[in-house]
Design a protein around this ligand. Sequence first.
Ligand code: FPP
Length: 254
Amino acid sequence: MDLKKLIIKDKLPRHIAIIMDGNGRWAQSRGNMRVFGHQNGVESVKQVVEASGELGIEYLTLYAFSTENWNRPRAEVDALMGLMVKTIEAQTESLHENNVRLTAIGELDDLPPAVKKQLQNAMDYTSGNTGLNLVLALSYSGRWEITSALKTIIEEIQKGNVDPGTIDTCLIETYLNTSNIPDPELLIRTSGERRISNFMLWQLAYTELYFSQVLWPDFRKKDFYEAIIDFQRRDRRFGRIKEQLGTETVKYQG
Ligand code: FPP
């Protein structure tokens, strides 16, 4: 069956976020080093980027490296960073040709210079594109992001630029890495794990969660379509009752 045909075009999520999990297990089950799983995960990245562009999804955020991932063995961290450089370099032209705009969230200053340079180059090169916004979460965690926002807000209060009486959810959002990005409507996590793992903690408040059994290196367009179809069958109520929906625009007001 052509799953793509089951997707309702005018009910697409604007923003899909993905926790790409299961690379290590995929490689180890084949008797290979964990990095082999990460290398093969790049094909899955290409598949979801391509599928998102074809469908007309506006934002796709990929959790590529968490703050906690720095604690992995040095060799794995180095291999992952090397893979980032290689992949971004190899894909920049193709992203550009497909009108994809690349951005990133996270503590980018902590990345090795080669990754930062390649990433900056790709972000600059694709900055004028108007199709899919591909957001890489690198050295990112939700608690880090909220803590950074809090620190900046306190600094601004001390400088007299922010009146504490004006602090509300809208103001806090302007200090997050995602200030110009709508909250994800759909979060996909692969590999059967059912956790958020410190990803977009603020932004996922009303997000639909979808857990796939497929390990990330095996994740293909059809798996992505399945997640979107499942999402489109859900009732999203934002704390309201079903009868209120459809009669007015429902936006989470915090
Ligand atoms: C989690 O699997 C995956 C990662 C920590 C890295 C994912 C990164 C890529 C696929 C490279 C993508 C590159 C770009 C430029 C987007 P895991 O190692 O935690 O798997 P496990 O749970 O089986 O151990």
